[in-house]
Design a protein around this ligand. Structure first.
Ligand SMILES: N[C@@H](CCC(=O)N[C@@H](CS)C(=O)NCC(=O)O)C(=O)O
Length: 190
């Protein structure tokens, strides 16, 4: 099998030593978005695919997914590690601004989810930020995803969170808050 020579992960210095890592046939696959696309290619036969079949729709889904991964991850991370109220607010505003273009995309499509009627790539990428968004909102008292301003996204969140696969996988917001408070405590004493 092609992957056996990669089984000693300690020797694979080119990998970034971050989680998540998917190990398949002894080969480490890094970067969450690459992992999701790999899962779609390897395990989705017979199921609705995570990425759209149409190349243009596929390119658009990849664009939004990479956009979100770039903008949301760094803003939420900045907010989590921010030490002053001012920097927390600035990071929360950046996260909030980063979500806004997605509202227009949903409105244009008229569909409940970015994947149409089933969860797709953009739903997964945006959706995984929800527990962190809701936790930081409660911890810092700053709204990031404003339902009144973003009604299509508010409906999307409801639909997304009611999906059985999401309900099974998502942590309670209290658990995320506890983990984030722990991270903040640790980073303040380092
Ligand atoms: N772009 C990477 C980001 C991975 C990442 O930053 N993982 C963090 C946890 S969210 C990590 O492993 N941190 C451990 C460390 O920095 O030592 C991905 O999407 O997989």
């Amino acid at each position: 099998m092609k992957g056996v020579e990669c089984q000693n992960l300690e020797e694979q210095d080119i990998f970034n030593k971050l989680v998540p890592v998917l190990i398949h046939h002894g080969v480490p696959i890094c970067e969450s978005m690459i992992i999701v696309q790999y899962i779609d290619e390897v395990w989705s036969s017979g199921e609705p695919h995570i990425l759209p079949a149409d190349p243009l729709e596929r390119a658009a889904a990849r664009f939004w997914a990479f956009y979100l991964d770039d903008k949301m991850f760094s803003s939420l991370n900045d907010q989590l590690f921010a030490v002053t109220e001012e920097t927390k607010l600035k990071a929360a505003e950046e996260a909030s601004e980063a979500i806004e273009p997605l509202e227009a995309d949903l409105r244009r499509s008229g569909k409940p989810l970015f994947g149409g009627d089933v969860l797709g790539f953009v739903d997964i990428v945006l959706g995984v930020f929800l527990p962190s968004i809701r936790a930081l909102e409660r911890m810092d008292g700053i709204q990031i995803l404003n339902e009144a301003k973003l009604p299509n996204l508010a409906r999307w969140e409801e639909r997304f969170c009611s999906d059985d696969a999401v309900k099974e996988a998502f942590p309670a917001v209290e658990e995320v808050i506890a983990a984030f408070e722990h991270i903040r405590r640790q980073s303040s004493i380092e």
